[in-house]
Ligand binder design. Structure first.
Ligand code: GAL
Length: 394
């Protein structure tokens, strides 16, 4: 930041200073949207973003809750003599693009880095945080993904404690600059879990933070990211979420009905942000049906905001549970074997006794009362997702 930027932002800061409560209000439930990276990578263009916005609406995804259209890496051009960052030729007019997205009733997200360069080698925000925050706000940005990338270079040779302190300072600095613009902006930290970000992500004003390295479009990678959230439940809740990374549902490698359902089920059990990453213009009916399943999305977006946990594993079968606001329990039987398996619910692990009312979430079907002996056939690499218990009236 130049001296003028520093003076201006310090002057502006007290007037707009937002507290933790205001930050939390930006994401009372895990953010939902679409991001360009998993399908388009750095080749993304203005037209791709406009089409994604169109298709979010026409596919029913927007109505199902996917609101943020996020341009990931690859939009940045160069800084001019005044240090002002310009978009590259693939994005001729960011303001008009943001207006287009807003005109569809959607929110607009963008990507930068606390380093000199982004992971794709594009211009980052280091030294220009206030200027970039003002630029983003002037375009109408509602969501910023801030990716560590080349900032890692500055951490070389430092102790772990020093590295954590430096990352906290860098992430806090951008939050302050975003707040100083007066525009409410959801803040997505992306530092791959370095420095145990879950311990300080909320403190520096983050609404979500990546806990792992990048997801890939295959079953193993998706399961790795889901299992890597274990033990992190207590760090997430309304306003601040563990981010298991963007969805690969519908991308080649994660486009089978069962694996797509497993992916969405686990993210819903984890109260993870749901940021789709597929090519919406080529979306199959299967993928659309999975991504827009109202009952599964309602579990992800449950207002209690208590992430679930894996409560049992027996060989290839996992049992996950998540307490919901209406007093019911979401329960997922996950079969990691490439062959279907019969499984019963471990009532003890779930804290259940006798018989309980059950609803099959993916089948949208009440099962009546079930007990410990009830056998479920769990498809190969698939899931059975249930809501157990009687909803309590409010
Ligand atoms: C990675 C990040 C990805 C994507 C990519 C862009 O560091 O984890 O989600 O943003 O950079 O270059």
């Amino acid at each position: 930041m130049g001296w003028l930027g520093l003076v201006l932002s310090l002057l502006a800061w007290p007037a707009f200073a937002a507290g933790p409560a205001d930050h939390a209000a930006l994401a009372p439930t895990p953010p939902m949207g679409w991001n360009s990276w998993n399908h388009f990578g750095a080749d993304v263009t203005d037209a791709d973003i406009r089409h994604a916005a169109d298709e979010l609406v026409s596919s029913g995804m927007a109505a199902a809750g996917y609101r943020y259209v996020i341009i990931d890496d690859g939009w940045q051009g160069q800084r001019d003599a005044q240090g002002e960052l310009h978009s590259n030729t693939k994005f001729p007019d960011m303001k008009s693009l943001a207006d287009y997205v807003h005109g569809k009733g959607l929110k607009f997200g963008i990507y930068s880095s606390p380093g000199e360069k982004t992971c794709g080698g594009y211009t980052g925000s280091l030294g220009h945080e206030a200027q970039d925050a003002r630029l983003f706000a002037s375009w109408g940005v509602d969501y910023l993904k801030y990716d560590l990338c080349s900032f890692r270079r500055h951490l070389d040779g430092k102790t772990e404690a020093e590295q954590t302190a430096m990352m906290k300072a860098a992430y806090r600095l951008m939050r302050q600059q975003l707040d100083a613009t007066g525009r409410p902006i959801v803040y997505a930290l992306c530092n791959y879990g370095w420095g145990r970000v879950w311990e300080w992500g909320a403190e520096v004003g983050g609404n979500l933070w990546r806990t792992t390295d990048d997801i890939r479009a295959n079953y193993e990678s998706m399961m790795f990211n889901a299992n890597a959230q274990l033990g992190l439940q207590r760090y997430a809740g309304p306003g601040h979420w563990n981010d298991a990374d963007m969805l690969e549902i519908g991308n080649k490698g994660l486009d089978e009905p069962e694996t797509q359902r497993t992916h969405l089920t686990l993210w819903a059990m984890l109260a993870a942000p749901l940021i789709a990453g597929n090519d919406l213009s080529a979306m199959s009916a299967d993928t659309r049906d999975v991504l827009t399943d109202k009952e599964v999305l309602a579990i992800d977006q449950d207002p209690r905001g208590a992430p679930g946990n894996r409560v049992m594993q027996e060989g290839p079968i996992q049992l996950w549970a998540r307490p919901l606001a209406d007093g019911t329990l979401a329960v997922a039987l996950v079969n990691t074997l490439n062959h279907s398996l019969n499984a019963t619910l471990d009532f003890k692990a779930l804290g259940l006794t006798g018989s309980v009312q059950a609803h099959d979430v993916w089948q949208h079907r009440d099962l009546g009362r079930i007990d410990q002996q009830h056998v479920f056939e769990v498809p190969s690499l698939g899931v059975v997702l249930l809501k157990i218990g009687k909803p309590q009236a409010h």
